[in-house]
Design a protein around this ligand. Structure first.
Ligand SMILES: O=P(O)(O)OC[C@H]1O[C@H](OP(=O)(O)OP(=O)(O)O)[C@H](O)[C@@H]1O
Ligand code: HPA
Ligand SMILES: [Mg+2]
Length: 179
């Protein structure tokens, strides 16, 4: 475990087992649809990379970069598109892949945007769900784990851009935030 970490909430093995299970579930659900799988940068990158390798069906994938936290630990409330998709979502079955749903603002923005762009269907797959963080009414269609109302890092999730590369999810020691 990294020195800055207070505790590990979800181990690498638990994540990989869950990704396997979600991959099987989505492969079954979307085998006839040629879905467009949309990874939301930067946080979803490790989950997205692992998940798409577990889909044994035809898919197309694309990436979108949106940001609402900047360097803060609470959402700014404003979702910014840093990089848009290169692919049209019109008439497509879209699967949005996220690392976490916290306030729900990022996902509610993206779901509305893709409906506005006339996607045929939009589903949300998130590795982590933090229901106590919610500011808007939104639930994922598929969630890997529920996490408590704590700031978590690792496996794509950052604190001031650090810790995204860790293969597990954990909580930092309080002095890391204070210092
Ligand atoms: O439900 P919400 O409160 O909107 O929070 C979830 C979003 O916030 C984080 O992204 P962030 O904006 O920090 O960008 P990043 O992925 O580049 O770290 C995370 O990766 C989700 O996309
Ligand atoms: O708990 C979190 N950790 C890291 N990034 C986040 N973005 C929303 N919630 C979180
Ligand atoms: Mg972030």
């Amino acid at each position: 475990m990294h020195d800055d970490m207070e505790k590990v909430l979800i181990t690498e093995e638990e994540i990989q087992e869950k990704v396997d299970e979600l991959g099987k579930q989505l492969s079954e659900e979307y085998k006839e649809n040629f879905p467009l799988v949309v990874g939301v940068l930067k946080g979803s990158l490790p989950f997205m990379a692992d998940l798409i390798k577990r889909l044994d069906i035809h898919i197309e994938y694309d990436l979108m970069d949106v940001s609402s936290y900047g360097e803060q630990m609470v959402s700014s409330g404003e979702v910014k598109i840093v990089k848009d998709l290169n692919t049209s979502v019109k008439d497509r079955d879209v699967v949005i892949v996220e690392d976490i749903i916290d306030s729900g603002l990022t996902l509610s923005y993206l779901v509305k945007l893709f409906h506005h762009r006339q996607a045929k269907s939009v589903k949300i797959v998130t590795l982590l769900d933090k229901p106590e963080g919610r500011n808007v009414d939104l639930s994922p269609d598929v969630a890997g784990f529920t996490v408590p109302d704590e700031f978590v890092v690792g496996y794509g999730l950052d604190y001031i851009e650090r810790y995204r590369n860790l293969p597990y999810i954990g909580v930092l020691k309080p002095e890391i935030y204070e210092g």
